[in-house]
Design a protein around this ligand. Sequence first.
Ligand code: F6P
Length: 472
Amino acid sequence: MSRLITISNRLPISLVRRDERYEYTPSAGGLATGLKSFHGQNDNLWIGWPGMEIGQEEDQREITDRMKKDKMHPVFLTESDIEDFYEGFSNKTLWPLFHYFNLFTDYSPYTWERYVEVNQKFADEIFKVARPDDVFWVHDYQLMLLPALIRERFPHATIGFFLHIPFPSYEMFRSLPWRRELLNGMLGADLIGFHTYDYVRHFLSAVKRILDVDHSLGRIKLGDRVIDVDSFPMGIDYKKFANSIHNPTTIREVVKFRNNFNHEKIILSIDRLDYSKGIYQRLEAYDTFLSDHPEYQKKVALITVVVPSRGNVDQYQKLKVQLDEAIGRINGKYSTPEWTAIHYYYRSLPFETLTALYYCADIALITPFRDGMNLIAKEYVATKTDQQGVLILSEMAGAAKELTEALFINPNDIQGISDALHDALNMPSEEQRTRMQEMQSKVERYDVKNWAELFIDRMYEARSLNTRRREK
Ligand code: F6P
């Protein structure tokens, strides 16, 4: 059996410097959970950046050695790699453009060159440890050139690529001066996956219109290879969230929240700090709601959790200031000595607190302008084992394609969001249960393990197909 080599920008670890030494702990993100059973097998390997700059060669050697036992291989990025490749081209060019923030997009030839160089750096690290018959699974927008770089060195390798963010429409994508290079990079793979069928359509249309390469039912023929393009909506570890309410720490947290909010319905908003998430407009909608329905003042509370992210990128810094100001303004307008309109946490929360919040929240308010999938919506649904609670979800989130029993809103429609809050607060208990049950059965059936299995099976299918074609 060939080895599975997973390559993502970040390794699934958290690295800290303590007492002059670097220490790391595995972090259980969605991808790591989905791949857990595969990663544990054989000599499978995960290649990626440890998440901070490690300047000293001695430290790099030590970390590389230690990671071997956990089947990981680090790619060390310098400070300028982080600035130009990660904060630069990945997060100032690809991220805004792919989320339809055209005006935030920076078209810098310099950071593009650096993106090319760092993709090559990942490839060079791969070639130090990989074999031509390995199966390579490359993840996300930071590494779009990697499939072709691996293909160049190992022409018969099996390569999969999965994009975790939206693939934009051709009209957006075409504005990139490096559109051909990026498509050719992705087309080095045998299997290209997206969260939704819309992103598949956008990609196939870009390939046709930019490279003049056609497809038949999502299958592209390129030289002696076929490339399959399909949608694989990513799931979550359903059981982990559904069982969280049996955890004693979570139960203690639930009791605390219930005691603190015994007169209020909880509206929950959780995101990574990102302009694509529509957090500011959500706050405006809450302001509109409180002003349209003063009878709900003191009867609802908005808990806003914002997880710090990409703090060196200007747009993220500006958004943080905007949110602080909006929350201060709304609290100043409505709060009283007995009641706070918005409870604001700017940090990440421990799993037990997070799931207690999901469990207690009467409404999850998730309103991104664009989102590849949005796993928070799925986590909320999975945690609500009492089947009470309403999901208000943006129609622009990938998850909207599956969670069709949510209350949908257009994130630009502030009045619409405010009205949805009113509808959610008045939804009969039986209707909440029916909607929640339907969504739970979907999230449970197609969890993250299934997602990974399906993608990996399809990579092996692609491998046999392409081997047969070569042998003909
Ligand atoms: O949604 C895309 C993604 O890259 C996720 O895979 C990741 O969890 C998130 O964005 C945060 O990314 P970063 O590595 O920039 O913190």
